[in-house]
Design a protein around this ligand. Structure first.
Ligand code: KDG
Ligand code: MG
Length: 402
C-alpha cells in the first residue's frame, strides 16, 4: 500500500479547523487534525508545501519511521507549527492502520484500560451567582468533574469567560482584541468562587480551575494555598511554564495539584517536570504534541513518575483530535481526565464521528480506525475566517503573560 494523495482542508464551521486527509492507492483514507488556533494557515502551508510532497509513495504502515523522518529529517525541530503538522500525519496513519486491521485504534494501542473516558466540562459565567447554575447543569448531565471560571469584579473581560455559555470561543477578532488583567483582583476573587461552589455542591464533584499562565511563581503558590480548603482536582497553568523551576517553588508551598502542558509540543518540553514530579497532570494533546505516537511516549514517561494525563480538549481542537485523544485515553494506564466541550452542530456535521458522551464519560466507539471523518463537500461551504486569540495587558498597559 502506498500514499498517493494528501489533501489539506481548511474550513470554518463556526471556527477554523485544518484537517489532513491521506489517501492510499487501495482507497483507504485517514484523517488528522492540524489546527493551531490563530495560526491555522501556517500549519496548512507547512503541510501543503513541505510535508505532503514527501509522503507521496511512502508506505502508510510505517508510522514510527514516518514520524522520525518528519521530525529528524527537517533539521528545524519542535515548535507548535511543525509538531501540529507531524501530528496530523501521524494521526492519519493510525487511522489508516486501524482501518486496514479492521480494529479501533485503542485496540492497536494495547486495548482498554477502563470502561470509558472521564471528562470534565466548563462552567463559565460572569459572576459567582451565575456560575452556580452552570455547575448544576453539568452535574445534572452526568459530569463528575467541572472546570469553574468566572469574571473578576473590576475587570471588564476575563479570558475564556465569553458571552455564549454553550460554546467556548476565545479567538474573537482578526486583529487581536485586548483585555486588562489585575492579579490583585483575581487573587482576591477566586477563593470566593470555590467557597461558594463547594458550599452549594459538597465534596464529591471534582473541581478544576485554569489560571491561563497569568501568575508569578509566588502568586501561584499563594493561590494554591488559598484554594486548599476547596480540594481542587487541579490548578491549571498557574505560571508560564518555560521556567520550570517555577513549578518547584509552587510545589514547595501548596498541596493543590498542578496541571500543565497544553502549549507544550514535545516530550522535551515536559521531561523534567515529569521526572522530578513537579506536576500532577500532563495536559499535552494529540494535535499539538506530535500525534498519537508522541503523546503516547509522553504519557508512558509520565506513568513511570506517577503523573497522570489530563489532555487538553478545547473546541479549537477538532473532532478528529478528540477522537484520537479518546483512543489514547482508553488505552493508557495513567489516565487522569480528558477535557471536553461540545462543538457546534455545524462542526459536528462537518466531522461525523462515532464517539459519544454518556453519564460523564466519552466513548470512542468501535469503528475501525479513529471513527471520525471529514465531509469535504460540507467543509467547502465554510471558508476560512481570520480569528486571533486576545492579547492581555496589565492595568498600566504593559503586555502581560499567557
Ligand atoms: O486556543 C486556546 C484554547 O485552547 C485555550 O484557551 C483553552 O486553556 C484552554 C483549556 O484549558 O481548554
Ligand atoms: Mg487551559
Amino acid at each position: 500500500m502506498r500514499i498517493v494523495e494528501g489533501r489539506v482542508v481548511v474550513t470554518c464551521p463556526g471556527r477554523n479547523f485544518v484537517t489532513l486527509k491521506l489517501v492510499t492507492d487501495e482507497g483507504v483514507t485517514g484523517v488528522g487534525d492540524a489546527t493551531l488556533n490563530g495560526r491555522e494557515l501556517a500549519v496548512a502551508a507547512y503541510l501543503t508545501e513541505h510535508v505532503v510532497p514527501v509522503l507521496i509513495g511512502r508506505d502508510p504502515a510505517r508510522i514510527e519511521d514516518t514520524w522520525q523522518y518528519l521530525y529528524k529529517g527537517a533539521y528545524w525541530r519542535r515548535g507548535p507549527v511543525t509538531m501540529s503538522a507531524i501530528a496530523a500525519v501521524d494521526t492519519a496513519l493510525w487511522d489508516i492502520k486501524g482501518k486496514v486491521a479492521g480494529l479501533p485504534v485503542y485496540q492497536l494501542l494495547g486495548g482498554r484500560c477502563r470502561d470509558g473516558v472521564t471528562v470534565y466540562g466548563h462552567a463559565n459565567a460572569a459572576t459567582v451567582e451565575e456560575v452556580l447554575p452552570e455547575v448544576a447543569r453539568h452535574i445534572g448531565s452526568g459530569y463528575q468533574a467541572v472546570r469553574v471560571q468566572t469574571g473578576v469584579p473590576g475587570l471588564a473581560t476575563t479570558y475564556g469567560v465569553g458571552t455564549d455559555r454553550r460554546f467556548y470561543e476565545p479567538a474573537d477578532a482578526a486583529v487581536p482584541s485586548e483585555a486588562v488583567w489585575s492579579t490583585e483582583k483575581y487573587l482576591a476573587h477566586v477563593p470566593r468562587v470555590f467557597a461558594a461552589v463547594r458550599k452549594e455542591f459538597g465534596p464529591d464533584v471534582k473541581l478544576l480551575h485554569d489560571v491561563h499562565h497569568r501568575l508569578t511563581p509566588i502568586e501561584a503558590a499563594r493561590l494554591g494555598k488559598s484554594l486548599e480548603p476547596y480540594a481542587l482536582t487541579w490548578m491549571e497553568d498557574p505560571v508560564p511554564a518555560e521556567l520550570q523551576e517555577s513549578l518547584r517553588l509552587i510545589r514547595q508551598h501548596t498541596t493543590t495539584p498542578i496541571a500543565v502542558g497544553e502549549v507544550f509540543n514535545t516530550i522535551w518540553d515536559c521531561e523534567r517536570l515529569i521526572r522530578e514530579q513537579l506536576i500532577d497532570y500532563i495536559r499535552t494533546t494529540v494535535v499539538h504534541a506530535g500525534g498519537i505516537s508522541h503523546l503516547r511516549r509522553i504519557f508512558d514517561l509520565a506513568a513511570l513518575h506517577h503523573v497522570r494525563s489530563g489532555s487538553h480538549g478545547a473546541t479549537d481542537l477538532s473532532p478528529v483530535c478528540m477522537a484520537a485523544a479518546l483512543h489514547v485515553d482508553l488505552a493508557i494506564p495513567n489516565f487522569g481526565l480528558q477535557e471536553y466541550m461540545r462543538h457546534t452542530d455545524a462542526t459536528d456535521a462537518v466531522f461525523p464521528h462515532a464517539y459519544r458522551f454518556a453519564d460523564g464519560y466519552l466513548h470512542p466507539g468501535d469503528e475501525p480506525g479513529l471513527g471520525v471523518d471529514i465531509d469535504e463537500d460540507l467543509a467547502a461551504r465554510y471558508p476560512y475566517r481570520p480569528a486571533s486569540l486576545p492579547v492581555n495587558r496589565l492595568e498600566d498597559g504593559t503586555v502581560h503573560s499567557w
